[in-house]
Design a protein around this ligand. Structure first.
Ligand SMILES: [Zn+2]
Length: 461
């Protein structure tokens, strides 16, 4: 097992007889030289977001303050805002030469989901750099991108680089609990920070999957499913549990939940998913017949999990609430259903759900709409060129994310947000399993690659 230095300089790919390794460039940029250490140090802040204010410490604030220090050290003016005690957010701007161009927002979240050390090979908040990886909670979600952004932002400032458009760097809390005291709160209370931004890049996209031994597709998130939480409410007649009852709220809610849970929603080929499939066909020759779409997609390996989740709407019952005593029939019963909704299907979806549960069940929705943006234009061309400059066999293609990101908050301001956190990954790494997973880790070589791509991309923004 090769041990790596904190700066990632001791890589196994440096062996003189190893095959061509683009990361073994003769000279590294200042950003490449510090990105591994930044990532490791960021992981060491236990910025755990449990979703419960009572158990959330000040980890996010400490991580944000660290980022603020690193930005100010090289001359950035920063803005630090706490949406609630301990919930830190930090912002900086690199001025561009052309004020007529809308700013580009580069955003990341500093919070992470919890991790149980007893399940891990290394301590999840050690930020250990070993065996060619930076290990720890947040290594791929998303302190990797935060470190790459910070490293490149520092380098650009120190070199006096002036991009064409303003770059806004934003590092925020609370993404892992939906951003209600993070991005959504900031959009509502401090829209001025982002009001001139037209586009954004952030997490869960830009990573590679191997097409064959030579070629890779880089999956850029150009769309996100919507997140819709439905609270179902049924009422009935309260009474003694020993009596006959044909008007039972619990029975009614159970029936609705069972119908939703068993329902399979139809296949919908959205623009982005169709473009993804067409790109894979172009690269591999593999066709995706409607009769066996999911079966064919399964041939793509672990990424199939994500792609298959973007083929149809889903409605998964997750919580039930009713009653307070074994012999009392309650007058109300509730259920929560986690729905994920494809772009362009929102209205019909709501109607379908109501139809399935029937008129006697009331539904309250908390709705974060889906996103879908064109995979074309200058920004996308810049992504493609930046990836190809560092990986001549790399093909950036669009895909849809089945989950949600802070891009949903910025969409309220009309900002088109893409998932582009470039990483060239080893072919055998099950990347999607690392998100919120045990032994979350990011390859050192991938961080260096991503830093070079991001540097090119932001210089030409
Ligand atoms: Zn994330």
């Amino acid at each position: 097992m090769t041990q790596f230095d904190a700066d990632g300089s001791g890589t196994s790919s440096a062996a003189p007889d190893s095959p061509a390794q683009p990361s073994a460039a003769p000279t590294r940029s200042a950003a490449e030289n510090e990105v591994v250490q930044l990532c490791s140090e960021l992981i060491q802040f236990e910025s755990v977001n449990t979703g419960d204010p009572a158990t959330i410490g000040d980890g996010e604030a400490r991580a944000a303050r660290y980022i603020q220090e690193k930005l100010e050290e090289v001359g950035y003016e920063t803005t630090y805002i706490e949406s609630a005690p301990g919930r830190g957010n930090v912002f900086a701007r690199l001025a561009g030469s052309d004020p007529t161009r809308g700013a580009l927002l580069v955003h990341g979240h500093v919070d992470v989901v919890p991790a149980d050390p007893s399940e891990w090979t290394v301590h999840p908040f050690s930020g250990a750099v070993q065996d060619g990886y930076v290990w720890g909670r947040g290594a791929v979600d998303m302190k990797d991108m935060v470190a790459m952004t910070l490293a490149v932002a520092r380098d650009l400032k120190q070199q006096g680089v002036v991009p064409r458009r303003d770059l806004i760097f934003a590092f925020m809390s609370d993404e892992e609990a939906g951003g209600l005291v993070g991005a959504h709160w900031l959009v509502e209370h401090h829209p001025d920070l982002f009001s001139d931004a037209t586009e954004a890049i952030s997490e869960v996209g830009g990573f590679s999957i191997n097409i064959d031994d030579e070629r890779r597709a880089y999956l850029v998130a150009a769309a996100e499913k919507g997140v819709a939480w439905a609270t179902l409410k049924a009422t009935g007649t309260a009474g003694h549990g020993s009596m006959t009852s044909s008007d039972n709220a619990v029975t009614r809610i159970a029936d609705a939940v069972s119908k939703l849970g068993a329902h399979e929603f139809p296949l919908v080929k959205t623009k982005t998913v169709s473009a993804f499939l067409a790109s894979i066909t172009e690269l591999t020759g593999l066709e995706f017949p409607d009769e066996d779409l999911e079966g064919t997609i399964a041939k793509l390996g672990p990424i199939a999990r994500i792609i298959n989740a973007t083929l149809r709407n889903t409605a998964n019952p997750t919580m039930l609430k009713a009653g307070y005593k074994a012999n009392v029939i309650p007058s109300t019963a509730e259920a929560t259903v986690d729905c994920r909704v494809l772009p362009g299907t929102e209205d019909t979806f709501r109607e379908q759900i109501q139809e399935l549960v029937g008129d006697e069940v009331e539904i309250e929705w908390v709705w974060q709409p889906p996103l879908e943006f064109p995979f074309e234009g200058e920004l996308v061309e810049n992504m493609k060129a930046s990836v190809r400059a560092e990986d001549e066999h790399g093909h950036p293609i669009p895909y849809m994310l089945s989950g949600g990101t802070d891009n949903k908050a910025f969409a309220k301001l009309g900002i088109k947000g893409y998932g582009f956190s470039p990483l060239r990954l080893p072919p055998d790494l099950d990347f999607s399993a690392l998100f919120h997973g045990v032994d979350e880790r990011v390859p050192v070589d991938s961080l260096l690659f991503g830093t070079r791509v991001l540097d090119r991309f932001l210089r030409h923004a």
